[in-house]
Ligand binder design. Structure first.
Ligand SMILES: CC(C)(COP(=O)(O)OP(=O)(O)OC[C@H]1O[C@@H](n2cnc3c(N)ncnc32)[C@H](O)[C@@H]1OP(=O)(O)O)[C@@H](O)C(=O)NCCC(=O)NCCS
Length: 191
């Protein structure tokens, strides 16, 4: 697969805010004091090692998951004062309901650094970065980012059907009641 050679142009921490009904909460901005290190398809050994250490330290990967394999799915890492405090990974998967292929994101933040907008900053970054990557790799037919909202702490935010910062809108539910959200890339068109 072709590896991106040039970084995407533009502000990768700018929220999408393309459209949206009034929010149930204040707008969430990316925290520009955090360092976001991209990892998607970059085979960055330093970031991968930091992520494996992060998962081991926090014990937050299911036992059946090999951390070295999960590290190959890194979209980005979020650093504060040189320490990895949040990670985002993705797998590419077709969402049957809308018949298009998405980067299904997973995010976690070190409990010691929660509510500092690390996860939100990573998600805004992923939306912008993967949109660029999808345009660079049209054969991947990547239509957007997606997420299954499993965190009970996000219950209040789930009352909003559309999250304007990332463009993540509700498209359905998992059998267990978790929300499935997608954000379409602006350039994507069905064939
Ligand atoms: C869910 C999770 C990723 C959030 O990470 P985070 O870096 O703390 O999230 P952010 O700081 O970006 O929070 C963004 C917004 O989400 C909401 N939110 C996040 N955590 C919340 C909590 N514990 N209680 C209430 N609202 C919360 C708030 O609206 C918050 O914005 P605010 O702080 O300005 O009010 C983190 O709690 C985590 O790692 N949980 C375990 C793994 C997990 O559940 N992953 C996500 C699956 S959907």
């Amino acid at each position: 697969m072709a590896k991106p050679t040039t970084p995407p142009a533009g502000d990768l921490l700018a929220p999408l805010n393309s459209w949206g009904p009034p929010r149930n909460r204040p707008e969430i901005h990316a925290d520009r004091t955090l360092e976001i290190r991209p990892g998607w398809r970059l085979e960055d050994p330093g970031l991968e090692a930091d992520a494996i250490d992060y998962w081991r330290r926090l014990g937050n990967l299911p036992k059946a998951i090999d951390p070295a394999l999960r590290a190959k799915e890194l979209v980005a890492g979020c650093y504060k004062d040189g320490r990895l405090i949040a990670v985002q990974t993705a797998i590419l998967q077709v969402a049957a309901l809308v018949r298009a292929r998405f980067a299904l994101l997973r995010v976690s933040t070190d409990p010691a650094y929660r509510r500092s907008h690390a996860a939100s900053t990573l998600t805004i970054f992923a939306r912008n970065y993967l949109e660029w990557w999808a345009q660079e790799n049209p054969d991947e037919r990547l239509a957007g980012i997606a997420g299954v909202v499993e965190a009970p702490m996000l219950a209040d935010g789930q009352r909003d059907p559309y999250w304007a910062e990332s463009g993540l809108g509700l498209i359905g539910f998992q059998p267990d009641g978790s929300q499935v959200r997608v954000s379409w890339f602006r350039h994507f068109r069905f064939e």
